[in-house]
Design a protein around this ligand. Structure first.
Ligand SMILES: Nc1nc2c(ncn2[C@@H]2O[C@H](COP(=O)(O)OP(=O)(O)OP(=O)(O)O)[C@@H](O)[C@H]2O)c(=O)[nH]1
Ligand SMILES: [Mg+2]
Length: 252
């Protein structure tokens, strides 16, 4: 579809002093979370909001310990009941929006997203409303992913782009930085997706609500600890979503 404006920003690094909160959804990430939070807290003016889905491995208690050690910089949202990546993000992003932090980031807890890339996403938000850390623009890379995951992710992105007309190259990336004002325009109460498809839906809604989207290259690294939570149910939801979005036909 015409008119969607997605640009690619260069890979140079620069730090931004702007205050930001990073929303991190967790489900069974007990080995990874302390490492991630430790790295994120090295970045000045950054806060972390962990959204834990009652992880059976005790990640929630570990997050509480981190919040206790860093009360002004780490907070935890404990979810119970129906679990899902999208449902967690909706709760976490709502909480982030309830504060007046100008930049709101999202990233995985499993260290596939490099915390050292966060300042680059924050700085790029000076030039766009939504910055996506992208594996599929020049300079973007994936390390150590098995072939079937590479094929699934590459196919998913081509499928979403062709069905919906979205021109984002990495619509399934969960590494993002929003200007608060752009995220506030998204109707979070009308989101259809409970799980991983949420990321695609959110990118779609950003474009539909007039956000300028830019992609910056990242290197995505396969997790070393813990296991993927990508389920067949989530893949089925992700396969259906593009058609539901296309039926709405709201991309300008
Ligand atoms: N709160 C919450 N977090 C989740 C849920 N499912 C996954 N996550 C988190 O979402 C992030 C991405 O999940 P992963 O399992 O790494 O999914 P992925 O990155 O697509 O898959 P891999 O590349 O195989 O790791 C991680 O931080 C997970 O802990 C969920 O149901 N609830
Ligand atoms: Mg992962």
């Amino acid at each position: 579809m015409s008119g969607t404006s997605v640009t690619t920003l260069p890979a140079e690094t620069f730090a931004s002093p702007t205050s930001a909160v990073v929303v991190v959804p967790t489900y069974n990430e007990r080995e990874n979370l302390p490492v991630l939070v430790g790295e994120l807290l090295r970045i000045p003016h950054l806060r972390v909001l962990v959204v834990d889905d009652d992880s059976p491995d005790g990640t929630g208690a570990i997050a509480d310990g981190l919040a206790c050690n860093h009360p002004t910089r780490v907070s935890v949202l404990h979810r119970t009941g129906r679990r899902g990546l999208g449902l967690s993000y909706i709760d976490g992003l709502r909480q982030a929006l309830s504060e007046d932090t100008p930049l709101i980031c999202q990233m995985d807890a499993d260290l596939s997203h490099n915390p050292a890339d966060v300042p680059r996403l924050l700085a790029a938000a000076e030039r766009a409303d939504l910055i996506i850390g992208s594996r599929y623009v020049d300079g973007g890379r994936i390390e150590n992913w098995p072939l079937h995951r590479m094929l699934l992710s590459g196919f998913a992105n081509r499928y979403i782009r062709s069905v919906t007309g979205l021109s984002v190259h990495d619509c399934t990336s969960g590494f993002r930085c929003w200007r608060r004002s752009a995220l506030a325009r998204i109707p979070l109460d009308r989101i259809l997706s409970d799980d991983y498809a949420f990321l695609v839906e959110l990118a779609w809604e950003a474009v539909c609500t007039g956000s300028r989207v830019a992609e910056v290259p990242i290197t995505f690294v396969e997790r070393r600890q813990g296991v993927s939570k990508l389920s067949t149910r989530a893949i089925v939801e992700s396969a259906r979503l593009p058609w539901r979005l296309a039926a709405r036909g709201r991309i300008r």
